[in-house]
Design a protein around this ligand. Structure first.
Ligand code: ADP
Length: 270
């Protein structure tokens, strides 16, 4: 930090000219450190469910003559395996988002379709908690982008809103136009997030309450993925929240993505 690392290269020499290229290596060094951190975090996060699974397998073997215990431990093994599978899937998704050209070919994406697909998965969980899911109309708004990635981003926000909401509350999804941008807001009346946690929830693997996140099957990668999808589209995601009262996450997307400055696909720190 604070040190500028420059690589100097002689690019062209003629009788009258010498062209020298100076390349800033600071960014490259920073990226290397981020990647190293990611690998360390991933290994750590994978070890927990794998460890739990192997422990549970041993316990099942020991309890072979108690059918009720076997059933109970097998159920827990299944839950751990599901968690592991979700984790692996999100790690792959995040890694994909970090390479150049992750957006693929851009198409005109209809936001009504995105919202409908995004809330689909949360329906069962919401119904079980009597959480009312309300989707506002998008007034036919469209953006240029990657349909599947946008569904993933909005889905992560809606899944969180439902997961961190109490019984018989409301979760709303609304879309509005704001200049050259379109804003998708996901509003809940759930547990909320303290100001210091609001600054960190978009970091990889960051969870406010590990035990609770484990209960809800969280991986700590959902919001990090949303942040990458937003950035890749030239937009951003922000949070407004009051602990105990609820949270609003806003995904802001340019109707036509602006290419990010510098080489594309550079991962950010989170
Ligand atoms: P997770 O898989 O744990 O939900 P995320 O990256 O999606 O991971 O979210 C990070 C953390 O931010 C969560 O563990 C949770 O503590 C907090 N969080 C996310 N969305 C909400 C929300 N709508 N209300 C309250 N807390 C939230």
């Amino acid at each position: 930090p604070g040190v500028l690392l420059v690589q100097i290269r002689v690019a062209y020499v003629s009788a009258r000219h010498v062209v020298v290229l100076a390349e800033d290596r600071t960014q490259a060094r920073r990226l290397e450190a981020i990647r190293r951190d990611f690998v360390v975090n991933v290994s750590h996060e994978l070890k927990t469910p794998v460890g739990a699974l192997s422990l549970l397998a041993e316990t099942v073997q020991d309890a072979a003559d108690d059918p009720e215990a076997v059933r109970r431990f097998a159920g827990r093994m299944q839950a751990e395996a599901q968690r592991l599978s979700a984790l692996v899937q999100e790690i792959i998704e995040l890694s994909r988002l970090q390479v150049a050209g992750a957006l693929g070919t851009l198409t005109l994406v209809d936001l009504d379709g995105v919202l409908a697909e995004a809330v689909d998965r949360a329906g069962t969980t919401a119904a079980a908690k009597r959480v009312r899911l309300e989707i506002g109309g998008t007034h036919g708004l469209e953006v240029f982008g990657n349909h599947d990635l946008l569904v993933t981003a909005v889905r992560n926000l809606v899944d969180n809103a439902v997961a961190y909401s109490g019984e018989a509350t409301r979760v709303g999804v609304g879309v509005r136009e704001s200049g050259d941008f379109v804003e998708i807001a996901v509003v809940d009346q759930g547990v909320g997030i303290s100001p210091s946690d609001q600054e960190r929830v978009f970091e990889r693997f960051y969870r406010v309450d590990r035990a609770r996140s484990r209960e809800t099957g969280g991986t700590g990668l959902g919001l990090s993925i949303v942040k990458h999808v937003a950035a890749d589209h030239g937009g951003d995601v922000t949070v407004w929240s009051q602990p105990g009262r609820g949270s609003t996450f806003t995904l802001r997307l340019p109707r036509v993505p602006v290419p990010p400055p510098g080489p594309i696909g550079i991962p950010t720190t989170t």
